[in-house]
Design a protein around this ligand. Structure first.
Ligand code: SF4
Length: 266
């Protein structure tokens, strides 16, 4: 094997060990096969410093070290969204399971090019078991229609699948328990673009504390999928001035996906 190939393999092994360590940090027990892979990876030669540096440089503008996405992208994707839903069952993996009326899994095209990810179900979503219904949901539907698509063309989900009491912010242990299922949904759908809606979705997906006002409108990466951070529709209901920047962000998404932009004056 050529030296460069060896370095790339060693770099990949090192990243695998990092990913599994993060998985352990989230409290996930490893399967016997994963344990064996980690053992093999640990025995692999370490990448030479120069190669490690160039491999890091070759990464797209993902993220600084403090905002690497969580979750192990290297584990084989589940077969289908139905399989992910079945695995969740009547989920009580965190304390929110006790207070919800309905688990809000997500809905839309399982082969969507575009996925919208919000924060957590609110009262209407909890009551109906569907994401983004109510006034903020109606506005999201209008935003999708302004892009020339229907809700059924995209996939819509949240970071959390059970409603936090009084719509408070999700707590870290709740996100840690629920996010692995979102990761699996993303692995099944493999969207080309994710639009992250609002502070909670953006900061959790991108693992950053940077304010949404600074992040919006700039492409980021969630693993290898492009992410456009933008404001949440609920924020737009209170802040009319936010609509223009959000529309700018959505037009960037349309260009990225090769969707035709609406003609001026239409
Ligand atoms: S928020 Fe997620 S992990 Fe917590 S109980 Fe609901 S579905 Fe399960």
């Amino acid at each position: 094997m050529a030296g460069e190939d060896k370095d790339q393999l060693a770099q990949a092994m090192s990243e695998l060990v990092d990913s599994v360590s993060r998985l352990r940090d989230l409290g996930r027990r490893l399967t016997a096969r994963e344990e064996k892979l980690v053992l093999l990876a640990r025995q692999a030669p370490k990448p030479r410093p120069a190669a490690a540096k160039s491999a890091a440089k070759a990464k797209p503008q993902a993220a600084a070290d403090d905002d690497r996405p969580r979750g192990d992208w290297t584990i084989a994707a589940p077969e289908s969204l139905e399989a992910v839903r079945a695995e969740m069952g009547d989920c009580h993996r965190c304390k929110l399971g006790a207070g919800r009326k309905n688990l809000v899994f997500g809905e839309g095209n399982p082969h969507a090019e575009l996925m919208f990810i919000g924060e957590a179900p609110g009262a209407d979503e909890d009551r109906l078991g569907r994401p983004f219904v109510g006034r903020a949901g109606d506005l999201l539907t209008k935003m999708i229609e302004a892009m020339g698509k229907r809700r059924d063309d995209v996939y819509i989900a949240n970071i959390l699948k059970s409603r936090p009491p009084e719509n408070r912010d999700p707590e870290p242990d709740e996100v840690a328990a629920c996010e692995p299922f979102l990761l699996k949904q993303i692995q099944v759908i493999r969207p080309k673009v994710i639009v992250a809606l609002g502070r909670i979705a953006v900061q959790n997906l991108l693992q950053t504390k940077t304010p949404i006002s600074q992040l919006r409108g700039q492409w980021r990466l969630y693993h290898d999928i492009k992410v456009m951070p933008t404001f949440h529709p609920a924020y737009l209901l209170r802040n009319e001035a936010g609509k223009k920047p959000v529309w700018d962000d959505l037009q960037q998404v349309m260009r990225e996906l090769g969707w035709s932009l609406p003609r001026k004056g239409k």
